[in-house]
Design a protein around this ligand. Structure first.
Ligand SMILES: [Fe+2]
Ligand SMILES: [Fe+2]
Length: 243
């Protein structure tokens, strides 16, 4: 396995590891994102067992000791399993996550006390970069779920939303909704809930120019339209499940 690096927006890097053994022959990608600034932030730690791979990859961009913030979408192994390995490698880094995750899991799990982010709270990274944490409870799964929006580039780091199989290019202008619908059919990974469509549609209000998928390519284009289409598909699923 190797971890490939691509700059998907100005100062935002995608570290992508393709695992062909997951749902072969298509395989599956795990992506982390590095947002540069005076205080660099990484979104997702990657799996604990992939730490060495990801640490080497990040080292090609900055010294891991320069990391100041480590955030993620929700409490699962691929999102935050290597948190304590990263904290050991980055003595100045602070975990940053929503209040629910800190209360339920992270304050206990993390070797360093996390910064608890309220819904909508901004972390100033300096160098023109600022990220806003947005609660998306149970969407696509996890009570503690949230996304991170980098405002200067219009980049929404949307975690498991739009999960797809395969190993597409790093940045695409193509359809990301169809592949996400297919992956949902296969994995059934989302916690279908009545608020889901509304939660996803509210992210469209940000009008993101880039959608940074944890499992799939990054998308550049009309992010709002993609989010609305995804919300419509979940509304359809929920309606079919309850009628
Ligand atoms: Fe997840
Ligand atoms: Fe994930």
């Amino acid at each position: 396995m190797e971890t490939k690096i691509s700059e998907i927006a100005d100062g935002i890097y995608r570290l992508s590891t393709y695992v062909p053994d997951i749902v072969p022959p298509a395989g599956f990608t795990f992506n982390q994102f590095l947002v540069l600034g005076d205080e660099p932030l990484m979104f997702h730690t990657g799996l604990r067992k992939m730490f060495a791979l990801n640490h080497e990859a990040l080292s090609r961009i900055i010294s891991p000791a320069q990391l100041r913030w480590i955030a993620f979408g929700h409490f699962e192994a691929d999102e935050c399993g290597a948190m304590n390995e990263w904290l050991a490698a980055a003595p100045q880094a602070t975990p940053a996550q929503g209040q629910t995750c800190c209360m339920v899991s992270l304050s206990d799990f993390s070797d360093r006390e996390p910064r608890q982010l309220k819904d909508g709270e901004v972390v100033e990274l300096g160098g023109g970069k600022r990220v806003r944490f947005i609660d998306t409870p149970h969407t696509p799964h996890g009570w503690d779920a949230g996304v991170l929006y980098e405002e200067s580039t219009g980049t929404l780091m949307c975690g498991d939303l739009f999960t797809q199989l395969g190993n597409d290019r790093a940045l695409t202008e193509g359809d990301i909704v169809g592949p996400a619908v297919m992956a949902e059919d296969i994995f059934k990974y989302s916690c279908l809930n009545p608020a889901m469509g509304t939660t996803i549609r509210s992210l469209a209000g940000l009008a993101p120019r880039t959608l940074a998928l944890m499992h799939g390519p990054s998308f550049t284009g009309d992010g709002a339209a993609a989010l609305r289409d995804l919300a419509d598909d979940y509304d359809r699923r929920i309606s079919e499940a309850t009628h």
